[in-house]
Design a protein around this ligand. Structure first.
Ligand SMILES: NC(=O)c1ccc[n+]([C@@H]2O[C@H](COP(=O)([O-])OP(=O)(O)OC[C@H]3O[C@@H](n4cnc5c(N)ncnc54)[C@H](OP(=O)(O)O)[C@@H]3O)[C@@H](O)[C@H]2O)c1
Length: 313
């Protein structure tokens, strides 16, 4: 299987390294911007696009890869449930993928696993879902410089506030996508999603791999997204990201709480690793995408991602 990687950053590099160790996989790339054509239309069975978070930015790349007959897996957060961003563009690319007989999937750890695929798996053991609460504490110290800037680390408090207002600082992207994906899978209609982001200021200097945060600047942030159904909170997503979460008494963790007839409380301690976890979900999606029906699918449409494949019978 030929897998081409477009995007030579952390995610692309991580996926390439994992797949290079897999028998039967030939890795092409990772390719940077200058090798776009080779990456997308160079004859791969699967193209992994790990460049940006935004649907409108990856759409031309997805289109060209589909036109070239390749399946697509992308880490772009908005691609996990593209109908949340642009139903028109999502439907158009879905139709193109069906016509060409290839599959497109948005995947990763978040979105793609921690706030959606794993949540759906947990709901399998309860007869009904009254509400969901998912909490994640992430160590941001290994994130790349561009991603750190965009999500809101290393800014003076007023610059953080201004960046949030202008949309240049986004916090972590992908919670609406996870919520829509879970809701659609269990037949629930989300009415609105309330959101807030609060900076966490450094009390001392923090030196991380790609950023030094002076005291008083943003060392992290807390995000709270609430998906409302029938006027009540149905899906609450809490995310705390920090370059040194232990220093503020918040060791990394993932928690899923399903409130219903049989409540389910799932905790993963320490929390899932953002870099290695995302690279694994992306690499582990190659086989399930090759085996999937054509069209733009979500992780809820597919069997779990696994590092190796057998047969179920
Ligand atoms: N769903 C998930 O769980 C998940 C997991 C990991 C990553 N992601 C997302 O995936 C993206 C890549 O992550 P990363 O950690 O690899 O970031 P990164 O280390 O910053 O690398 C991104 C790479 O893509 C290139 N790039 C950026 N925008 C581009 C564009 N519009 N066209 C072509 N190339 C472009 C960059 O090149 P230049 O240096 O030339 O700009 C860089 O080489 C990010 O948006 C990240 O948020 C999602």
């Amino acid at each position: 299987v030929k897998v081409s990687i477009y995007g030579a950053g952390q995610a692309g590099g991580g996926v390439a390294a994992l797949l290079a160790r897999r028998p039967g996989v030939e890795v092409l790339g990772p390719f940077g911007r200058d090798d776009r054509e080779r990456a997308l239309t160079g004859g791969a069975d699967v193209v992994v696009i790990a460049t940006t978070s935004f649907l409108r930015e990856i759409a031309p790349d997805v289109r060209d890869a589909i036109e070239a007959g390749a399946n697509v897996i992308t880490s772009a957060e908005e691609a996990a449930y593209p109908w949340a961003t642009s139903p028109k563009l999502a439907d158009e690319l879905d139709a193109l993928a069906r016509a060409r007989g290839v599959t497109v999937l948005g995947a990763g750890l978040n979105p793609g696993f921690a706030f959606d695929a794993l949540v759906l798996t947990a709901t399998g053991a309860t007869a009904e879902i009254a509400s969901l609460r998912v909490e994640r504490v992430v160590d941001l110290s290994g994130f790349g410089p561009a991603v750190l800037r965009r999500i809101g680390v290393g800014h003076a408090p007023n610059a953080f506030a201004a960046g949030v207002s202008s949309g240049e600082i986004t916090g972590h992207i992908g919670f609406p996508q996870s919520m829509w994906l879970v809701a659609a899978s269990v037949g629930v209609q989300i009415e609105q999603i309330d959101r807030e982001i609060t900076p966490i200021l450094a009390e001392r200097e923090h030196v991380a791999q790609h950023v030094t945060v002076p005291a008083g600047a943003t060392a992290g942030f807390e995000q709270r997204y609430v998906g409302v159904v029938d006027g009540r909170p149905w899906f609450t997503a809490l995310f705390l990201g920090h370059v040194d979460p232990v220093s503020i008494g918040e060791p990394t963790r993932d928690e899923i709480h399903v409130d219903g007839r049989t409540p389910i409380d799932l905790a993963i301690v320490p929390g899932l690793n953002a870099q290695t976890g995302s690279a694994a979900v992306l690499a582990n999606s190659v086989r399930r995408v090759l085996d999937a029906p054509p069209g733009w699918l979500t992780v809820a449409d597919l069997p779990p991602a696994t590092p190796a494949w057998g047969t179920s019978r």
